[in-house]
Design a binder for this molecule. Structure first.
Ligand SMILES: Cc1ncc(C[n+]2csc(CCOP(=O)(O)OP(=O)(O)O)c2C)c(N)n1
Ligand SMILES: [Mg+2]
Length: 518
């Protein structure tokens, strides 16, 4: 007699058939049938993460690098809750993911067992699509609907809640997955409005969001800039930028309010391509919330859900810029620096030694403010950033990028305070032999918050306030933390030593951590 397929296996087969081929997992009892099914089905890579925020952050980078959703496996409400901060970042990156969250068996919920919670309520805060399966025969179809929802442009969070009995009872077998819609094309009216703004005789600026800073879109924007003099800029945080030699040397709107206001001071027309009209991360006494002149006209050429490349192509055509050459950066290596380690010498080392086709994951916070100029002409690379301001995503993003692109070197540029939120990612790097070089900026402080304390106008902060912003006493020992999770590591305190160790780490395969005292 052939055994019939249970709900869990029907779901896993649906996921694989729907091209969801990776699961970042942290399972518990309620997910055991799903775990067993993973074993029976070929084609699903399972990556164990030792904290759920590692799983959700990894799923974010996986989408950014492949353009398709991966999945997570999380344990009831508390497991999902642990992953929420990076789901927030994932949402701000406009990535897609299918979260599978285990739940008590349908008949067990009335007993209010200790792990019972309002999972739909928790999921709803960070999901575009939430469903609890009601029976084993529905699970596969629900999974198929979740994949379609997650793949909706520009990427969505779909959370499927799986009661244990819907996993273990007899299921339907795999369900077909409907294709997601392609990104919509913008209207002719949007092209015309953008063209009018650019030709109005003022000082227009094109602000590029994630889809606008990718190689092809940025080159089109550069053609328009070269033809019309329109300034082009990336928004402050973008999910993925393609940079380096042979590409457009784009800058981003700076994070500090005064710098951002200086960058947009004279703008008369702001043309948005997959970007939001810029606002300050926080309010500060006597400073504006919006980061462009109030009288400037804001025109949306393309929303994040629309096709940015098509929109820029049509706009370039409309402006007679289709054949204008874009301004691409020549290869240029900055000098290798000597002496003390500081943000400038660190940036010079990274720019000079950038591995070819690397994926840079940047959660450098204060140390990284001025990194860009040193790598305009570096070997071509991708640059992933923190998009939602919830620190603790850098190391998980490095895991997801390395899983997505096993043939590329991942360079993780990591502030120390932010790194401590999810350092369990190091263990997954070792377990999966991921090709990541992690550089920790060990300034042993929450440097940014010291600046913010002054910015918000806090009066005479004393010892207690400063203690809340210092990471000393005891100093974190990143070399031991890494070794304790199976990652080789070393510490450097000069620019020469950093360059030597980084160059060697870039050449070898597998995870390596450099604690950079700065
Ligand atoms: C989830 C989350 N918790 C807390 C904060 C507040 N916060 C912003 S920056 C920061 C400290 C960052 O310090 P570090 O990563 O060492 O960067 P540095 O400024 O020293 O370069 C904190 C705690 C946040 N943004 N997100
Ligand atoms: Mg720090």
């Amino acid at each position: 007699m052939t055994k019939s397929m249970n709900g869990a296996e029907s779901l896993v087969r649906t996921l694989v058939a729907g091209d969801v081929t990776v699961s970042f997992t942290n399972p518990g009892t309620s997910e055991m049938h799903f775990v067993a099914a993973l074993d029976r089905v070929d084609g699903m890579r399972c990556v164990l993460c030792l904290q759920e925020n590692v799983a959700t952050g990894a799923a974010d980078a996986y989408y950014r690098m492949t353009g398709k959703p991966g999945s997570t496996l999380l344990h009831l409400g508390p497991g999902l809750a642990n992953g929420l901060a990076n789901l927030h970042n994932l949402k701000r990156a406009r990535s897609g993911v299918v979260n599978i969250v285990g739940e008590h068996a349908t008949y067990h919920r009335v007993y209010d067992a200790p792990l019972t919670s309002d999972i739909e309520g928790i999921a709803g805060t960070m999901s575009h699509w939430v469903k609890t399966s009601v029976s084993a025969t529905d699970v596969a179809a629900d999974g198929a609907a979740a994949i379609t929802a997650a793949s909706q442009p520009p990427g969505q969070i779909a959370t499927l809640i799986l009661p244990a009995d819907t996993a273990w009872n007899v299921g339907s077998g795999p369900a077909p997955v409907a294709a997601a819609a392609a990104p919509a094309k913008v209207t002719e009216a949007a092209i015309e409005a953008a063209a009018k703004a650019i030709l109005a005789g003022g000082k227009p600026m094109i602000l590029l969001g994630t889809d606008g800073v990718r190689e092809k879109a940025a080159a089109l924007a550069s053609r328009i800039q070269q033809k019309t003099g329109t300034r082009i800029l990336g928004q402050t945080s973008v999910a993925r930028m393609e940079r380096g030699a042979g590409r457009v040397a784009l800058d981003r709107l700076p994070y500090p309010v005064d710098h951002a206001l200086a960058a947009t001071k004279e703008i008369t027309h702001l043309i948005l391509v997959g970007a939001q009209a810029p606002v300050a991360f926080f309010a500060y006494p006597n400073k504006p919330s919006t980061l462009y002149p109030p009288e400037a006209e804001v025109v949306t050429l393309a929303t994040p859900a629309e096709d940015a490349v098509d929109a820029l192509e049509r706009l370039a055509e409309r402006l007679g810029a289709a054949k204008t050459e874009p301004l691409l950066t020549a290869p240029r290596r900055t000098e290798l620096p000597k002496g003390a380690l500081n943000p400038d010498t660190i940036a010079a080392v990274i720019g000079n030694l950038m591995p070819e086709n690397a994926i840079v994951v940047d959660e450098s916070v204060t140390t990284g403010r001025g990194f860009f100029p040193h790598s305009y002409g570096a070997a071509p690379h991708d640059w992933l950033q923190l998009t939602g301001g919830a620190i603790g995503e850098g190391l998980p993003l490095a895991v997801g990028a390395a899983v997505a692109c096993p043939d590329r070197k991942v360079v993780s540029l990591q502030a120390d305070g932010s790194g401590m939120y999810s350092l369990q990612a190091l263990w997954t790097m070792a377990r999966e032999r991921l090709d990541v070089v992690v550089c920790i900026w060990a300034n042993r402080t929450y440097a940014i918050l010291k600046l913010e304390l002054a910015n918000v106008g806090a009066e005479n902060p004393g010892r207690k306030a400063h203690d809340m912003l210092s990471l000393g006493d005891p100093d974190l020992d990143w070399v031991s933390l890494a070794r304790g999770m199976g990652v080789e590591a070393t510490r450097v305190d000069t620019a020469e030593a950093f360059a030597d160790v980084f160059a060697a780490a870039a050449k070898r395969k597998g995870p390596f951590l450099i604690e950079v005292l700065c």
